[in-house]
Design a binder for this molecule. Structure first.
Ligand code: ADP
Length: 409
């Protein structure tokens, strides 16, 4: 017998997950969601702007380890006539994946998610020391990490690993690769429930891209491979196939104009500072973690690329959609690939640089006809909800400026 209630997980345009609980037997009729909530931008929209319908995607129904009397499902936003809403980032990804499937390919993807555990009283990282890749530290927080792993697995999310990351209190969650739509839904659910579990354990968590100047940033690396039937067509003769090279060339070609999709607030751009593992150059390399696209050449099953530019707090449906659409464009136009970067990409001369600031990224996105072509009206709506941040960037002076300049003259 199905549960009396249904928890529908859906995201607003900024990528925040919401959980709407409804009666299971009425859920398929759709649940009204105000556009003001779906937009969730930084400028308040009037609640009278109208509403959309939230509908469950029953193919994603899964056990709900977080609530005994409710099922769990991922949902999309539709207009009154049932057509996908432009406010729905998940539908934008579905659209890009349909184009991909029509071209004859299937994408396997996995997002690696980084976040910090915080002390809820101080809102500082759990530990102040850096370089924690350590099993002992993992043991200290196993009561929390173990709960996250177990409950996500109970929700049929294929957790592959979870371990402390570079900075004190930073954690990485790996989910096993899956068809791209599932991979996106898994990551949305994991990001939401990981934080809920952390909070109910007496700690707090943040996915902010670069919360502290002296600590590492949190990225969302997207592993991706292309398949035709049971064959990974990125792999050929123990190497990258020409198709994989065109796919990467497409991603690099559109990376600058679409950077906003993966780095959607001013803070995200601090990740690029210094010789970090976040990219600043539009570059690729073989098993190189300083580039924007890292190629991993292994067995046929394991050969893949990893896009390293997106931040942990992005709208990952849009980040995925932008990356995949760019890759497909590279395949269609047979774009040539520059030679790989060997060594530190931050110090290598390359043709293009990623936007270093939010203002630059907004400018590049505004001028992108590619974004409009592939994301449709969603691109304009996304840009619209971020626009107030430009004023904030210009209007706010910072602690750093005060420290540096207050007595300069
Ligand atoms: P890293 O070297 O970046 O730490 P991992 O070995 O931890 O990489 O693997 C990262 C992710 O890559 C995992 O989520 C894994 O499921 C995924 N992955 C492995 N093979 C493929 C593939 N063929 N396509 C897409 N993702 C893959």
């Amino acid at each position: 017998m199905s549960a009396r209630w249904l928890d529908i997980a859906w995201t607003d345009l900024l990528g925040r997950c919401h959980l709407t609980r409804v009666r299971n037997d009425r859920a398929d009729d759709g649940v009204p969601v105000s556009i003001a909530t779906a937009a969730a931008g930084y400028a308040a929209l009037s609640p009278t702007v109208g509403s959309l319908l939230l509908v469950p995607d029953r193919s994603t129904e899964r056990p709900n380890p977080f609530s005994a009397d409710a099922g769990l499902v991922v949902g999309s936003l539709v207009e009154d006539d049932g057509t996908p809403s432009a406010w729905c980032a998940r539908s934008a990804l579905v659209h890009v994946l349909e184009t991909f499937n029509r071209a004859g390919y299937r994408i396997q993807a996995a997002a690696e998610l980084e976040f910090f555990l915080l002390n809820p009283m101080t809102q500082k990282p759990l530990w102040s020391d850096v370089n924690q890749y350590s099993i002992t530290k993992g043991g200290e927080i196993e009561n929390v990490l173990g709960r996250i792993r177990r409950q996500l697995v109970e929700a049929e999310i294929p957790v592959e690993a979870m371990n402390p990351e570079f900075s004190g209190g930073q954690v990485e969650l790996n989910i096993r690769h899956a068809p791209a739509q599932d991979a996106a839904d898994y990551t949305v659910l994991s990001r939401y429930f990981a934080r809920e579990i952390v909070r109910s354990s007496g700690l707090d968590a943040t996915f902010l891209a670069k919360p502290w100047t002296d600590q590492a940033g949190s990225g969302l690396h997207v592993h991706q491979s292309l398949w035709v039937g049971a064959k990974n067509v990125m792999h050929e003769n123990r190497n990258l196939s020409p198709l994989a090279c065109h796919y990467m060339a497409g991603q690099l070609a559109h990376m600058r104009e679409l950077a906003l999709l993966g780095s959607s607030n001013p803070n995200a751009y601090h990740r690029r500072a210094g010789a970090s593992f976040a990219p600043s150059a539009i570059s690729w390399g073989i098993d190189n973690r300083t580039v924007a696209v890292r190629a991993i050449i292994g067995s046929e099953g394991a050969t893949r690329i990893e896009q390293r530019d997106a931040s942990a707090d992005c709208n990952l449906y849009l980040a995925f959609a932008g990356q995949f659409a760019s890759g497909l464009d590279g395949i269609r136009r047979l774009l040539p690939l520059e030679p790989p970067v060997v060594g530190n990409a931050h110090e290598t001369k390359v043709k293009g640089r990623l936007p270093l600031t939010f203002v630059e990224a907004m400018e590049a996105f505004t001028g992108s006809s590619f974004a409009r072509e592939h994301l449709g009206v969603t691109a304009d709506l996304f840009e619209g909800v971020l626009r107030p941040e430009l004023e904030e960037v210009i209007g706010n002076s910072s602690d750093w400026e005060r420290r540096r300049y207050i007595s300069a003259i």
